[in-house]
Design a protein around this ligand. Structure first.
Ligand code: CUA
Length: 423
């Protein structure tokens, strides 16, 4: 399904191709292993220095690692010297006692204190570099809502012409790069949790933050490189924790402005009379009462239509999206959901969402039972043809071509993380 052909061999080659800095960072911290090897799947990449946040962390890590090495070598040298110099066969008498040596005690206590103070000052400085929101650098304001098991990204600084704020499920679009003065173009993120604790983690753009119900986290993320990055929930939150993924699509500022302006003016296309899209539209808005099939509009929003519910992810431009089920499946860039395999995943999803994604709260439409808060419930029924009509309607929900953010950037590939690596 996915264009990246990531394999274990590919990863090893990628590691060799990285610069010394990258090897030092991933190697010394032992973090390279965490990215894992997942064929045909975009992997998380740690240590991406295109993000100003990661640069600050890198600088702190280097000082901490260098200090640790110096201390290790110093202590080892003293240890070996002492063992050699004062070995028993050359020193048969009782060792000289020096209890109460003030100078030695001052050195032994003072040295660790200085090291701890130095690291504390550097850590506080790094926190000061990475935490505050500098309003003049903010190029975009996004509220990320985490729920079991999906994400909604709402553009809180952009009112749409059709009413309400621009929003997108599971694909976060942000500006990348720097302003003319060289300041990073930041994205101000406000993180919320809709049910249990989740965690926002997109290592390429900087930081992870826990989403805790009843509170908000506000910080900024940044990258210099327009690309598609992987994000995951990073806090065990239920049956589909591992299936709670998202994409971060960082666009250069002009492309981002094009996207936002198109999204603000977007009104879902009106289906042609008598078309599959129109039948799908009717089912989407009204469901089918006689078979108990709940309307999609009961839980989803589609900008410019009567569907305006915040219960589930925003589907306003689903047809432009290339991920389904919070990143469980991906459609090829060009064909999108017209690709037969991608279309089949969409049909399977609509037919029985909890059957293909454990814990999904979207009701099945093949009459299967599913669990809501531990209670067994029975889904309604749509025929295969009706499900295909709903899919046709969803596929028709597309932004104008110039705002198709997937066409603006390459899918990110970790071989290109560091300066000097293949781009
Ligand atoms: Cu949400 Cu793990």
């Amino acid at each position: 399904m996915l264009n990246t052909k990531r394999t274990c061999t590919g990863r090893a080659k990628g590691l060799r191709a990285r610069g010394r800095r990258g090897l030092a960072l991933t190697g010394l911290l032992g973090l390279g292993l965490l990215t894992g090897c997942q064929p045909a799947q975009q992997t998380l990449t740690i240590g991406d220095l295109a993000s100003r946040y990661n640069v600050a962390m890198w600088e702190l890590s280097i000082v901490a690692i260098a200090l640790s090495i110096i201390i290790f070598l110093g202590v080892s040298a003293l240890l070996f010297y002492t063992v050699f110099r004062f070995r028993e066969d050359k020193n048969p008498d009782e060792a000289q006692q020096f209890h109460g040596n003030d100078k030695l005690e001052v050195v032994l206590v003072g040295f660790p204190v200085v090291i701890v103070l130095l690291l504390s000052v550097l850590s506080v400085r790094t926190m000061a570099q990475t935490t505050p929101v500098v309003e003049e650098n903010v190029g975009s304001e996004i509220t990320a809502l985490a729920k079991q098991f999906w994400w909604n990204f709402t553009y809180t600084d952009t009112e749409s012409a059709a009413g309400g704020l621009v929003a997108n499920g599971n694909e976060m679009i942000m500006p990348a790069g720097r302003s003319e003065s060289g300041d990073p173009i930041d994205t101000k993120l406000t993180l919320q949790a809709g049910d249990v604790i989740h965690e926002f983690w997109a290592p390429n753009i900087g930081a992870q933050r826990q989403a805790i119900p009843g509170s908000e986290k506000v910080w900024t993320v940044h990258t210099d490189r327009p690309a598609v990055y992987q994000g995951n929930c990073n806090y065990l939150c239920g049956a589909s924790h591992a299936n709670m993924r998202y994409k971060v699509i960082a666009l250069d500022p002009t492309d981002y402005a094009t996207f936002i302006s198109a999204a603000q003016n977007y009104v879902a296309p009106e289906p042609a009379p008598g078309s599959a899209e129109e039948r799908g539209y009717n089912l989407f808005m009204n469901g089918k009462a006689e078979t108990g099939a709940v309307a999609c509009a009961a839980c989803h929003r589609v900008q410019g239509t009567p569907a305006n519910s915040p219960v589930g992810p925003d589907l306003s431009f689903f047809g432009t999206r290339r991920t389904l089920g919070a990143g469980m499946w991906e459609a090829p860039l060009e064909q999108g959901w017209d690709d037969p395999q991608a279309n089949q995943h969409l049909i399977n999803w609509l037919t029985n969402s909890p059957g293909v994604k454990p814990g999904s709260l979207m009701p099945p439409y093949d009459g299967s039972t599913y669990q809501v808060n531990g209670q067994e419930q029975k889904g309604g029924v749509l025929t295969a043809e009706e499900i295909s009509d709903v899919a046709a309607y969803l596929k028709s929900l597309q932004l104008p071509e110039e705002a198709n953010y997937w066409q603006k950037v390459e899918r990110f590939n970790s071989e290109s993380i560091l300066p000097g690596g293949p781009q």
